[in-house]
Design a protein around this ligand. Structure first.
Ligand code: DGJ
Length: 517
């Protein structure tokens, strides 16, 4: 029997453990509808994942499917997918599409959708009911919590042998879209009252929501509502099976108005509120479809929140962001969206990509383009998978140094090792290749590894150093069971310039000092 998955913070580093060992999810998320049919997964998903070298996959479980009739549960499809994952030696993250998915309640069962008295809707500013069950509707939150609890109990039973499910996302991109707050009767009543004690002490404010938060009041009010509801749902699931749990955010976007992005979702600036009201949620996560990647990582990776990226845009930016997320930010998971498309011939893809849908989702067309990504991603995942043991070892010692070129104005960076510096020159990437990114692992005195794409590097003596630096051996290779397995030794013409080109590589450099007479 394998050990249960868990999340631990040791020496200041958050680590996800699967089967008792540190595990970074080199992952992908399937399209929204793929996991509703195990036969479809068999034919249209798994075959196209092989070349990507993923070690884990994120798949939704839908409330409308598991509880078609109230209190009658059916996990047939999930069980089949767990079996498939076990056959493929891939771990699973489950996405609970319950009361809310991208701001709406489209995955609720028919008995919820049609009983609007018991499960009342949120209303917009004009008092029109929305396609969203109100987060103030306690009966709905209780019904979701019950279903989620039952799902987790089932996952706990399924996990007994192989511990295949290692992560659970509660709901998906919650928050209200199309209105800054819920204007239903129940919501209006609460909005006129004094803010609750917890919110009052957290923000050191008092009075009604408007008195306390002014023009921000509608958004803070919705944050309170969703965090409390999701907290209640997560608690019910955690009690049944204590797997690591996360929530994902549709992050703030132009024009930066709540309701334009889901109002009430776990965006970074509301982290403390979410941590207070939903303590069973271990990780708040960003879905990354925009481009300020370092900024997003900085916002979400805090002392009490590890980085975990459950959704990432699909273009070639993936590769550079992956190296940065693993090397610099110790991400627990990196997961491009619609992963089954990446190595699938374009004509057989069933995923969306229609311009109207992209507009509704507020996603740039170019963020969706995955034509060139698959081959690079597969290579990067393979390289990283073999290197993770070594990366964990040196991250603990603070000896892994990552970098990422954000734009063409950045020329390079300098990395400081113990006895020398490394100068990194970013290469201008050819079209459709990843921008410069990577990391250096200082593995000993006079030895380091370099990994990544599109940069040139060279040894730089420390400013105070009088001696010269020379190369003892420069080679390419890969890791096997934590040991470097050397490939070619790069000497002669290949030694003048130490280079990482557009395909992800791993190289080792051994160097020494020599004296001038
Ligand atoms: C973000 C959502 O979380 C996903 O489920 C999916 O809808 C993507 N957007 C885009 O298709």
């Amino acid at each position: 029997m394998q050990k249960s998955p868990e999340l631990r913070k040791e020496d200041g580093i958050w680590t996800l453990f699967a089967d008792g060992k540190p595990f970074t999810m080199l992952c992908g998320e399937v399209h929204n509808s793929s996991a509703s049919d195990a036969g479809y997964m068999e034919e249209q998903v798994w075959p196209f994942l092989k070349g990507l070298h993923i070690n884990s996959l994120l798949v939704p479980v839908y409330w409308e499917m598991i509880e078609r009739q109230e209190n009658v549960f059916d996990f047939t499809v999930l069980d089949a997918i767990i079996k498939q994952a076990e056959r493929e030696s891939v771990k699973l993250g489950i996405l609970w599409f319950g009361l809310w998915k991208n701001g709406i309640s489209s995955y609720t069962p028919e008995w919820v959708k049609t009983d609007q008295k018991r499960f009342f809707r949120a209303a917009d500013r004009n008092n029109r009911p929305m396609d969203v069950v109100s987060p103030f509707c306690q009966a709905a939150v209780d019904a979701d919590a019950k279903a989620f609890g039952r799902l987790m109990e089932h996952i706990g039973e399924k996990n007994e042998e192989q511990q295949t499910v290692i992560l659970v996302q509660v709901e998906n991109e919650v928050g209200l879209l199309g209105s800054d707050r819920d204007y239903s009767r129940a919501a209006n009543e609460l909005f006129g009252k004094e803010i609750p004690d917890g919110i009052s002490s957290l923000y050191e404010k008092s009075g009604t929501w408007e008195q306390a938060f002014g023009e921000e009041a509608p958004e803070v009010f919705m944050e309170y509502a969703y965090a409390k509801a999701v907290g209640r749902i997560a608690k019910s699931g955690k009690r049944a099976c204590p797997l690591p749990m996360c929530v994902n955010a549709w992050i703030e976007k132009f024009p930066w108005r709540p309701g334009g992005y889901p109002s009430g979702g776990p965006i970074a600036r509301f982290g403390p509120l979410w941590k207070m009201l939903a303590p069973d949620i271990d990780i708040l996560c960003p879905d990354v479809y925009t481009s300020d990647f370092q900024g997003i990582c900085r916002e979400y990776r805090t002392a009490d929140n590890p980085l975990l990226i459950p959704e990432h845009r699909r273009d070639i930016k993936n590769i550079s962001h992956l190296f940065y997320a693993v090397g610099t930010c110790q991400t627990l998971c990196f997961s491009p969206f619609g992963i089954e498309d990446f190595l699938m011939p374009p004509e057989t893809r069933t995923g969306i990509g229609n311009p109207d849908v992209m507009k509704i989702l507020n996603i740039d067309r170019n963020a969706w383009e995955c034509e060139k990504t698959g081959e690079f991603l597969g290579r990067a995942y393979q390289l990283l998978d073999s290197a993770m043991e070594v990366i964990y070892r040196y991250q603990k010692l603070g000896k892994v140094y990552g970098f990422l070129r954000e734009n063409e104005h950045e020329k390079g960076t300098v990395i400081h090792l113990t006895n020398c510096d490394i100068r990194i020159d970013y290469l201008d990437q050819k079209q459709d290749t990843p921008k410069a990114a990577g990391f250096i692992i200082e593995s000993g005195e006079g030895e380091f590894y370099a990994a990544g794409v599109n940069f040139r590097y060279s040894l730089l003596p420390l400013k105070s150093e009088k001696r010269q630096l020379g190369i003892l051996e420069y080679s390419e290779g890969r890791f096997e069971n934590g040991m470097f397995k050397r490939g070619r030794i790069l000497n002669g013409d290949e030694r003048y310039c130490m280079l990482m080109l557009e395909k992800p590589e791993l190289q080792r450099v051994k160097w020494y000092f020599y004296q001038e007479d």
